[in-house]
Each structure stands twice: as structure tokens, then as C-alpha cells.
Design a protein around this ligand. Structure first.
Ligand code: GLC
Length: 552
């Protein structure tokens, strides 16, 4: 057992039912080496701040060997660290320090595809059609007399066709391979036992190093309908197609066998390690299939994330979530932001739909003024943190960071921007390196001042150093909310709605706490009771976009 494994927090088989899990996006969290890209040593140096924030666990987006064509979600070696992020020793040091601080460590695992730089894919390219090397991926002959048409009409999530044709060494055209994402992310064939066995090995590699769980990328992909039939995605469906049934690449029944196998592997390690599904499926009753007792522990509640800032919509999605997850014995999860969506303080005011991954630009309708964004963002967070179950936070939301909308085209890095020739902005706006101190180079992100995406000037004022110790800051608000959530056992409570509130107002009790969220446009007289936390200024009335927690 490695040292990191020896230091795991005390076993508590049920910790994840109520945990607040903080997503670290390593490229943009803290850069110790000074190359402008965050790294593991940077994370280690900043873990105290996360322990002080009051979260229970961290989830790290990928830091594995990768050519970084999709910011590390294109993995070339699943059991080693990319030099950009450091070394395996740096991982152990980071993990040990997190565990000392009582923070559990969840890593990302990307099983739907590898990088095209992965040894397996290179072997596949060097081998003939029909070879065992090609059988690890999804290679098919093209359609048409000369095979020059893609095997089916599927589109990549990032735009453009989901198939690319390869060529033999002499330049002659050959088969096509499937990539649901970028051309550098070939899909694996999960009907192949060699692929399944390899991922058992990868899971054990990280479990042996002491990780507390895995966030499983594209957990509704992997299994594809046999024969790969053509399929038309409806116009109004986002590119992960979660809301559309019958898609031959998403949410196929076959994925569940894989998760049962993974659950058995994870359970070998004592019962307190977890699997969390990134499964863009709806409705929630369908998503709950991912967290049946012998499958994963949690699934990101994307219907909640995608809900509008509207009292009726929120009430419905909260009810549906509690009901659907409870029916399979899993906790509900709650999430508002991550590295694929527009940051919620900005998103919740947009007046146009904001599909996952599309991003926004300076002209997108509804971009709020800074103070509106902060107020609504906090109110939404305070509502979320009152809900029973487990919650996910995304780095920087505790600082109230808005989406960055004005990144110049030539600085953008998301393949979505390039593959759609600028038609979709992509996800860079939520991935900008976060500010730590107002008067340091790169606001404390990197000692050299380099940043892989430009930071807005306004972020000086949002830096952690500015907010630390300021009672009215978003950071202080998050700390207080997390402390009170724990102190009052809100995550384990039962939610009971308060009826007969004015239109646009949501109210419920959870344990001894009464929660009122003013989602309407009008101020609301504050009910009687002792305020324990208010997300916006409130004296006698609760302004619009404000949530309050009270003791009766
Ligand atoms: C997931 C990740 C996203 C990535 C994609 C392909 O949706 O969250 O960032 O681009 O999978 O791996």
C-alpha cells in the first residue's frame, strides 16, 4: 500500500450520502511550476483553503498523460501523470495532504474513449482491418462503393461528423473510426473483454493508491447499439442527447453491466469508495437507473443544474429528484456549475437556452450585471445547500466568479470552438484560472503571471485574498452556509414544502430550519423567526434573488 493509501480518512461507508464535493479543474486551480497551467503541486499548496471552506471531498478532473486536445479528457496513459501536472509522487503527496486534512479524494476516469496518442490506438492504426488491435476501438468500413461515406450519420458532441477515415501507410484510404467527441478521442469498444479487463486494472491502480472514488466520464456512453444505426438528433436537444430516448450511442442498456462490474471492483476495497456517474440522461427516473444498489453511488443531477431560475420549475425538479433517487435507495445530488457549463451566477439570468457545452459570448442575451449575478448565484447556492443529499461545488464559485464571455477567439482552446468554426463558443469561459490574491502575478494563480486562458481585470477584486475575512463576501457566505448545513444536519433532513406562499416564492422546512427562496421579482416581507443566514441584504424584507435560512 502506498503512503497515500495508508492515510485515508476513517472508514465511513455512508459519507457520500451527504458530502459536499468540490471540483478541482487542475489546469485552472493553482500553478506551482509557473508554466501557466495548474498542477498537482499547486493543488497541494492550496488544500488548506479548501479544508477551511468546509467541504468534505475534492474531485480532480483528469491529470493523466494527455496531449491535451480536450483539456486532459483525451487520455494517453490512464495510470500516469502528465508532466504538465507533475508526477505520480506529486499525486501521492497531494492525496496524503488532502487525507490529513480530512478531505477525501475522487479522481476522474474517462472510459468511453482514449486519446489518439494512446498506445492502443497507435497499434490499431498500424494493424489491419479485422485485427485484435482494431477490435479495441470501433472501426468500420465506409458506406458507398468506395467506402468514402462515413458508416453512419452520427455527429460529434463537439460538432462535425463522429467518424474519421484512416489511411494505410501507402496512403490508400482505409476504414473509419468512431469518435463521439474530438477526432483525437477514438471510442473504445466495450463489448471487447480486453477493454473491460484493462479498466478493472486501471480502477485497481488508483484504488491501491488510496483514492476514495471515481467520477465516471460519459457514463451514459460506452455501450452502442449493435449495427450502429443512423439517428437524427432533434434540433432542440443538446449534443449529449440525454433527453432523447432511443439514441443508439447514449443510455443503452448495455452500460449497466459495466457499472455492475465496476461496483464489484470498488466494493473489494471496503465499501466506502464511490462511483459517480456523469450521465446526461433524463427524466430523473431514468437517470436513477445509474444508481441502483449494485451500480454507482451517485449521479450528477443535471436536470437540477439545467433548471431555470423559476419557482415552479425548481419545485418540480426538486420533487422529481428526491422521489427518483429515493426509489432506488440513492441520495439525491445537487449541482449548479462544472467545467462544461456556463457558471451559474451568469447562466441563471440568461434569456436564451444554454445547452451543455455550447458556452456563451459577449452578445448572448441576458448576461447579468455583476451584482445581479452575484446575488442570484448566492441565492441559488443557498437553496441548493439546503436540500437533503450530496452537493457538488465547482472551483471559483465560492468566489462568485461569473462566466468570462470576452475571451478572444485566438485564445480559445475548447475543441468545440474550433470544430464549429466559432458557431459555439464552447467551455473556456468557465475554465479561466482562478484568482487567489489581488496583487500577485496572475492574481496568485501562477508565480510567473502566465495563464493558459486570459483572466479578466475585474478578477482582482474577486480574489480570495480580498474576500477572506470580509463578512459580506461570497467566500464568507459559502463558509457560513457549509458550516450551518453541517451543524443543523440539513443534508440528512426531510424536506417538507410550505404551501400558500406568494407566487415565485419557494419555501420548505428541513429539520429545524425553514428555507425561503425569493425567486420572484418582488420583495417579500420576512417571515418571523431567527435568521441564521441570508444570501442578500435583508432587513425586514427579503429582496428578489435572495434565500434565507431561519430557525423557528
Ligand atoms: C465529459 C467531460 C467533458 C469532456 C467529455 C469528453 O462530458 O466532462 O469535459 O469534454 O466528457 O471526455
Amino acid at each position: 500500500m502506498s503512503t497515500a493509501a495508508a492515510h485515508r480518512p476513517a472508514a465511513d461507508a455512508e459519507w457520500w450520502r451527504t458530502a459536499v464535493i468540490y471540483q478541482i479543474y487542475p489546469r485552472s486551480f493553482a500553478d506551482a511550476s509557473g508554466d501557466g497551467i495548474g498542477d498537482l503541486a499547486g493543488i497541494t499548496s492550496r488544500l488548506d483553503a479548501l479544508a477551511a471552506l468546509g467541504v468534505d471531498a475534492i474531485w480532480l478532473s483528469p491529470f493523466y498523460v494527455s496531449p491535451q486536445h480536450d483539456a486532459g479528457y483525451d487520455v494517453a496513459d490512464f495510470t500516469d501523470v502528465d508532466p504538465v501536472f507533475g508526477t505520480l509522487d506529486d499525486f501521492d503527496t497531494m492525496s496524503e495532504r488532502a487525507h490529513e486534512l480530512g478531505l477525501r479524494v475522487i479522481v476522474d476516469i474517462v472510459p468511453n474513449h482514449t486519446s489518439s496518442e494512446h498506445t492502443w490506438f497507435k497499434q490499431a492504426l498500424a494493424s489491419a482491418a479485422g485485427s485484435p488491435e482494431r477490435a479495441r476501438y470501433i472501426f468500420r468500413d465506409g458506406r458507398g462503393d468506395d467506402g468514402s461515406e462515413a458508416p453512419n450519420n452520427w455527429q460529434s458532441v463537439f460538432g462535425g461528423p463522429a467518424w474519421t477515415r484512416v489511411h494505410r501507410e501507402d496512403g490508400a484510404p482505409d476504414q473509419w473510426y468512431l469518435h463521439l467527441f474530438d477526432v483525437t478521442q477514438p471510442d473504445l469498444d466495450w463489448t471487447n473483454e480486453e477493454v473491460r479487463a484493462e479498466f478493472d486494472r486501471i480502477l485497481r491502480f488508483w484504488l491501491d493508491r488510496g483514492v476514495d472514488g471515481f467520477r465516471v466520464d460519459v457514463a451514459h456512453g460506452l455501450a452502442k447499439e449493435a449495427n450502429l444505426p443512423d439517428f437524427e438528433i432533434a434540433d432542440d436537444i443538446d449534443s449529449m442527447a440525454g433527453a432523447q430516448t432511443g439514441h443508439p450511442a447514449w443510455a443503452q442498456e448495455g452500460v449497466h453491466d459495466i457499472w455492475r462490474r465496476w461496483r464489484a471492483v470498488v466494493d473489494e476495497y471496503g465499501g466506502d469508495r464511490i462511483l459517480t456517474a456523469e450521465a446526461w440522461v433524463s427524466p430523473l427516473t431514468r437517470m436513477a437507473q445509474w444508481v441502483r444498489p449494485d451500480e454507482m453511488h451517485q449521479a450528477f443531477n443535471f436536470p437540477y443544474l439545467m433548471s431555470k431560475w423559476d419557482s415552479a420549475a425548481l419545485r418540480t425538479v426538486i420533487d422529481d429528484s428526491l422521489e427518483a433517487f429515493e426509489a432506488v435507495g440513492a441520495p439525491s445530488t445537487w449541482v449548479l456549475s462544472n467545467h462544461d457549463v456556463v457558471r451559474h451566477p451568469t447562466r441563471l439570468s440568461l434569456t436564451v437556452p444554454s445547452p451543455q457545452g455550447h458556452g456563451i459570448g459577449p452578445d448572448t442575451p441576458g448576461i447579468p450585471e455583476a451584482d445581479t449575478a452575484v446575488r442570484r448565484g448566492r441565492a441559488a447556492t443557498q437553496l441548493m445547500l439546503a436540500l437533503p443529499g450530496s452537493a457538488y461545488l465547482y472551483q471559483g464559485e465560492e468566489l462568485g466568479l461569473p462566466e468570462v464571455t470576452d475571451i478572444p477567439g485566438d485564445a480559445r482552446q475548447d475543441p468545440t470552438w474550433h470544430r464549429t468554426e466559432g458557431e459555439r463558443y464552447g467551455r473556456d469561459g468557465c475554465r479561466v484560472p482562478i484568482p487567489w490574491s489581488s496583487d500577485s502575478p496572475a492574481y496568485g494563480f501562477s508565480p510567473t503571471g502566465l495563464t493558459w486562458l486570459p483572466q479578466p481585470d475585474a478578477w482582482a477584486g474577486l480574489a480570495r485574498s480580498e474576500q477572506e475575512g470580509d463578512e459580506g463576501s461570497t467566500l464568507s457566505f459559502y463558509k457560513e452556509a457549509l458550516r450551518l448545513r453541517r451543524e443543523h444536519g440539513m443534508a440528512t433532513g426531510t424536506l417538507t414544502w410550505i404551501e400558500d406562499l406568494p407566487e415565485g416564492v419557494l419555501g420548505f422546512t428541513v429539520g429545524a430550519v425553514t428555507v425561503i427562496a425569493n425567486v420572484s421579482g418582488d420583495p417579500l416581507p420576512l417571515p418571523d423567526g431567527q435568521n441564521i443566514l441570508v444570501s442578500g441584504l435583508a432587513t425586514g424584507t427579503l429582496p428578489p434573488d435572495t434565500t434565507v435560512w431561519m430557525l423557528r
